[in-house]
Design a protein around this ligand. Sequence first.
Ligand code: MG
Length: 158
Amino acid sequence: MMRIGQGWDRHRLEAGRPCLLGGVRFDESPVGCVGHSDGDAVCHAVIDALLGAAGLGDIGDHFPDTDPKYKGANSLDLLAQAWKRVSDTGFRLCNVDLTVIAEAPMIGPRRGQMRASLAETLGVDPARVSVKATRGEGLGPEGRGECLTVQAVALLEI
Ligand code: MG
């Protein structure tokens, strides 16, 4: 049986914040994501796609942002924990595909690192993890540089 899931996350961008996406640090970025955890919206969207495919709820059920334990949490660790909960039920990962929508940072030069980081955390070949990016063309909150949005889909097989 195949199961598909989708995830979506948006974080406000602020100047001078560390920028982490897919567990990769963008030290060159002038802006970073605001969040209760480390603000890694890529990991958060992938977590929701995986949990959704498995029918296991969402990131807020598993890692509530009201819990002080998750303040400043490493989202790659949260992804590893979420994937363990999903894979423990017998699912295997076919592929993940995600799109980052933001004016900054530039994803292209870091795409390979992001794929490797996510794939290592999920225990799969990087060929199973796709990272794409687009810009807001001056429209909406992404286009104005106010936020970064991530859409992800995951396909599981059992
Ligand atoms: Mg988030």
